[in-house]
Design a protein around this ligand. Sequence first.
Ligand code: B12
Ligand code: SF4
Length: 526
Amino acid sequence: MRVLLINPEFPSSFWSLQQSCELLGRKTLMPPLGLITLAALLPGDWEMRLADLNTRQLRPDDWDWAELVMLSGMIVQRDGLLNLIREAKQRHKTVVVGGPYPTSVPQDILEAGADFLVRGEGENTIPFWLAAWRAGETHGVIEPAGRPDMSLSPVPRFDLLNLDDYIIAGIQTSRGCPFNCEFCDIVNLYGRKPRYKSPDQVLAELETLFDLGWRREVFICDDNFIGNHSHARAILKKLIPWMGSHGEPFSFWTQASANLGHHADLVDLLTAANFSNVFIGVESPDEAVLTGNRKYQNLKNPLGQSLTNIIANGLGVVPSFIMGFDQETRGAGDRICAFVEQHNLPSVMLNLLQALPNTALWDRLQRENRLTETPVSADMIDASFNFLPTRPAPEIAAEYIRAVDHLYEPTKYLARTYRYFLTMRPTRAAAARKRQERKPGNRKPRLPFNTHREDLSALLKLVWRQGVVADYRRQFWRQLLGIYRENPSRMAKYLEKCALGENLFRIRESLLARATQAGPTNLDRA
Ligand code: B12
Ligand code: SF4
């Protein structure tokens, strides 16, 4: 059997990280982990071809070659996904569709003409689909009850990827999250009881990436890596020696809840395993908003303190905020900016709330007759609500634009980046070196950062943009010198953050340009 696995194109958004791709010479952010996991669940003697449309276009010979077309996608890939189903059917292919969007909104997929819709996780759906297919069935919806044990999850087929196309590779160690935030899809899709791969399964995945030559960052695609502390610890305790024995080949990013800031030992284990950053859903500094959207875990401890604890202990934080919640009051955007400045948070994600289909939020808004026809948007620049908010939408939009204007203004962003790295402790390697250097005769010269050839070229481009062309070039050099003097072991990460800023500066420019085109009202109204 010849199977064509297609990942539809993502629309342009915050996550396109176009400038980072350009700087690093990569095509897109991350590989489609769902499809390569699916590939590993299919019979080993089937031939597979992966077409990630974020890295290459479909060629006529892809269609000619394929006997079976398998598609996946998340909500923001909806249009591309539906078009691909239609095209595959026009070409008389058998089409099997699964993944998060088809699982949460099945009717769209069936209306577009898919032969099989497979809802849920491949580990317990693929055996049923295969049985149906082998029994000669030609169409249907496969939807077994219950969620699979993650020990059934195979090592994804990383070999199907052209790894050089991606900035960051992905693995997953768990699914599900114990919390229950009203707006979140995770509870519906993957449940509230976290399910885990064993530490050995996780190491086998990393070993595969290592053998394929990957030596860069790895995103651990868990919904909440610390959803179960003891399991997170068990993985980290095996990961730390593995990293040591393999020459520290990777650095990790993941998602975690804010309570991480009150578990210093866990932060220590994460940094010892070379985790560099965690995404944290802060959502809002306003307590009423957090209570309203059931984000109780962000209320338990002082939120700002949690984040600064994590950063001070050597782990980067990328917080995300959302505007447009029901309990939000006037000035929410300014309060987010004040919080971000107070806690020196450089790269911050700011979104307008979108109601995702079949979440608790969606169901409530439907009951309250507040859903509109507007499709869910992936684009910060273009975002509009798909429901009627409690405050006037133009007021929220104006505050949102003003907040993005503030947060991604280059001199403010770079100043926060500088303060953030001054508050972060030096790296473990630097502390160890210092201990060594104290011993007489042990002083060795060292570079402040690792040098891959493409990192070097990215660095030169960055220095050209921010250190030569930009009108804030003096600040760039002053801060660079400051980091070199005050916290040199953080230099590489500092420069990475400066580079990430390039994406954010462009988002700000586009948003402001669109707001100006739309008329002066947007910026003045808040
Ligand atoms: C990594 C990730 C990202 C990465 C992108 C990764 C990429 N290039 O693929 C980044 C950080 C960029 C991202 C961004 C966003 N994301 Co995201 N992301 C995830 C995350 C955390 C992991 C995805 C993953 O790799 N999972 C691991 C694989 C193994 O799981 P899987 O894809 O579900 O695949 C399994 C099954 O679905 C099934 N399956 C999958 N495909 C197929 C196909 C067939 C034919 C079959 C039979 C079965 C099958 O089998 C697989 C094995 O069990 C998920 C949450 C999650 N737990 O999955 C959210 C998630 C996919 N993201 C989501 C959202 C909403 C977003 C954003 C809109 C958030 C935002 N506000 O900005 C943006 C939009 C991105 C954009 N470009 O515009 C939602 C999607 C909801 C939905 N119903 O579609 C999720 C589910 C999170 C959530 N809170 O609900 N995301
Ligand atoms: S903590 Fe994060 S993953 Fe868990 S329910 Fe809340 S938003 Fe979703």
